[in-house]
Write a protein that binds this ligand. Structure first.
Ligand code: UDP
Ligand code: MG
Length: 367
């Protein structure tokens, strides 16, 4: 069960790189959307090394509103790094992540919150329409479909950063050790309850993307190499195909050599050596790749699994190996006694329903 929205703190996280022209309007709309929801707000702007006065504008906003926080990075580190910095500083029960260029309509928050309240931990926007140039649209669509087809973990198609993420999922995403980060992939990787909602992607307010084509290309490579071993598999396939070619050539050249007079001196051995070592090369590369992939996995140290919830696990202290069931029961009882003692020590306490302990508690149905 989620709390009532007026008890919820929503943190909006916005990476900013030279967006001075739109910051006042952006702030008004994001803050307005959170206010409309009835929740409390925190807005974390990450100034990713802007040099157009965005940083100063953000500082002014922070001076006027104590729920606005600004993280100034020491230089331009790129979109994904800025998003990571923002998530790391978000303290809300739920984080609303969006770009600062008006492509992600803050008003979508209302629909996202409905899903969060229904129990979803991650609500991501699926961009049904993109107002970009045709070639960009084709490349984006191709990339998303290719990644979806080859990725080892299913990454939702046409979903970018724009999303609403529950605090515990934010924590898990931050804990992942990947240095090259593709947030839509990491967000999908951690699991929990996720749902996509259709959102129209709006045009950029100034038609000048801050992420360069080179940046997009690097992000696409990060996405593919972080979430798929398919490129390696291609080499394995090439190796097997080359082995097949070698076997065919071996039969053909040996036949020519032994049973016909077609083979010129040196031809058989040359063809056999070249095709044999060609196949061995490709297979060798794919084998080395298998080790590299394992080293990569070991180094980035993603957890083997994440727990959503555990049933009948009453406290890690009592779930140790080597304890008998009776000892466990004794341990649980001790835990309960400790907890009760702690409550007594911290009087005046507040009851679960929020009433101070000084008031006589109402007797429940069981009393
Ligand atoms: N951005 C950033 N650092 C960068 C590039 C972009 O923080 O080095 C921010 C930018 O201000 C915007 C968001 O990341 O809020 C997305 O940038 P852009 O609109 O250029 O990306 P696109 O929508 O083309 O993917
Ligand atoms: Mg944009």
């Amino acid at each position: 069960m989620r709390p009532q929205l007026n008890d919820v703190l929503i943190t909006a996280v916005l990476p900013v790189y030279n967006e001075a022209a739109v910051i006042p309007e952006l702030f008004r709309r994001v803050s307005g959307a959170i206010q409309n929801s009835g929740a409390q707000q925190e807005i974390v702007f990450v100034d990713d090394g802007s040099n157009d006065g965005s940083g100063e504008l953000l500082d002014e906003l922070a001076a006027d509103h104590d729920f606005v926080r600004v993280i100034h990075l020491s230089r331009n580190f790129g979109h994904q790094a800025a998003v990571h910095a923002g998530l790391a500083h978000a303290t809300g029960d739920v984080t609303f992540l969006l770009d600062s260029d008006m492509q992600d309509a803050p008003e979508a928050l209302e629909r996202m919150l409905l899903q969060w309240q229904a129990g979803y931990d991650v609500v991501y926007a699926v961009r049904r329409e993109r107002p970009e140039q045709l070639w960009k649209r084709i490349l984006f669509a191709g990339f998303h479909r290719f990644l979806g087809a080859i990725s080892d973990t299913p990454v939702p198609t046409d979903a970018g950063n724009f999303s609403l993420i529950d605090a515990r999922v934010v924590d898990e995403i931050l804990r992942l050790g990947d240095r090259d980060r593709y947030l839509p992939g990491l967000r999908a990787w951690v699991g929990f309850k996720q749902i996509g909602i259709n959102v129209r992607r709006l045009p950029r307010y100034d038609q000048k993307p801050r992420v360069s084509i080179r940046g997009l290309w690097r992000l696409a490579k990060t996405a593919i190499f972080s979430f798929s071993t398919f490129p390696l598999f291609v080499f394995t396939l090439i190796g097997y195909a080359a082995l097949g070619v070698f076997a065919g050539l071996a039969c053909f050249t040996l036949f020519c050599k032994l049973f016909t007079s077609l083979a010129i001196p040196g031809w058989t051995s040359e063809v056999l050596t070249a095709s044999f070592f060609g196949a061995i090369n490709a297979l060798g590369i794919s084998m080395l790749g298998e080790y590299v992939v394992r080293i990569y996995d070991q180094v980035r140290g993603r957890p083997l699994y994440l727990v959503d919830r555990a049933v009948n696990l009453r406290g890690e202290r009592c779930e140790r190996r080597g304890l008998t069931l009776a000892e466990r029961d004794e341990c649980y009882e001790q835990l309960l006694r400790d907890a009760e003692e702690l409550v007594e020590m911290t009087e005046p306490a507040v009851h679960a329903d929020g009433q101070p302990a000084t008031e006589e508690p109402e007797r429940g149905a069981e009393g």
